[in-house]
Unconditional design. Structure first.
Length: 293
């Protein structure tokens, strides 16, 4: 059985750890609010862009744009290379957040390899990069500079070269592995097809009566790269929000567990201390009785 001194040391250590996890929980809660605001702010532009492309992209026009055409498989004369973009965090202490994203990326790499592609990898975030380096996987590029506040400029810097490679036939598929931020408690890892663009379906009913200037083809030529960049940007902001939600949950659980452990240790310490006091009293009474006898 642990001595009172050892129990006091453990209580002090766990209490200090609990203060740290509580502070990290509060920091994550604050960052989560700002990250949620960025996710919400990004949605109207993305929806408007999707609606416009859905209205402009007719089957005749779609065949004219490389970003909308699905290349044949490698065995059918198509490009031999595919690319997976993996977004993880730069920091840990977020439960299974990063490991789930890495599992999803490995699943997609295996699936694309089975289709005959040579899969390249772009890593965003230290955790994913560190894992694939450990297993000997090379990256086409690595990004650890984006952090908690991604911008459209960051998204463009990641994907503009890929747009050119796809349009020129050097890439057959580009996929993004990210967290889909649904709610604070529900942010599953998911794979989003970046290229080729899956043209959004137009809404049912009458098509909007647009007056186009310039023509639809010129507009699509400008809007399609914006759509691809926005897909990456939304993946970045949603993954940041999911990371903060996961860290807040993990730190809350750690804080609660530390509190439960502290209560158990304090009860054990108090029982041992009471037993020691009782024993000392009994020895004093026994000694006094012996002297009187």
């Amino acid at each position: 059985m642990a001595t009172n001194r050892a129990l006091k040391g453990r209580i002090r250590s766990i209490n200090n750890t609990r203060k740290i996890t509580r502070t990290m929980e509060l920091v994550a809660t604050s960052k989560l609010k700002r990250a949620q605001d960025r996710v919400i702010a990004a949605r109207p532009y993305a929806q408007a862009l999707t609606d416009v492309i859905a209205d402009l992209a007719t089957p005749q026009l779609a065949s004219e744009f490389p970003l909308l055409r699905t290349p044949p498989k490698p065995g059918q004369g198509g490009p031999a290379s595919a690319l997976v973009i993996l977004i993880t965090s730069n920091r840990g202490l977020a439960g299974g957040f990063n490991s789930n994203l890495i599992k999803e990326a490995r699943r997609r790499i295996d699936a694309l390899t089975a289709e005959g592609y040579q899969v390249e990898l772009i890593g965003i975030g230290k955790k994913g990069i560190g894992f694939f380096r450990y297993i000997g996987r090379k990256f086409r590029s690595e990004r650890v500079d984006i952090g908690d506040r991604p911008t459209p400029v960051h998204a463009a810097s990641v994907v503009d070269e890929l747009i050119r490679d796809f349009a020129e036939g050097r890439l057959g598929v580009v996929e993004l592995v990210q967290s889909k931020f649904i709610s604070v408690l529900n942010s599953p890892p998911t794979t989003v097809r970046v290229l080729p663009i899956e043209a959004p379906a137009a809404k049912q009913g009458m098509r909007p009566d647009y007056i186009l200037a310039p023509d639809a083809g010129t507009l699509l030529e400008a809007l399609l790269p914006l759509y691809v960049r926005n897909t990456i940007f939304r993946g970045l902001v949603e993954t940041v929000a999911a990371e903060q939600a996961a860290r807040r949950t993990a730190m809350k659980n750690a804080t609660d567990n530390a509190g439960d452990l502290l209560e158990a240790l304090k009860r054990t310490y108090n029982r041992q201390r009471q037993a020691q006091i009782t024993q000392e009293i009994a020895e004093l009474v026994g000694g006094a009785a012996a002297l009187q006898g």
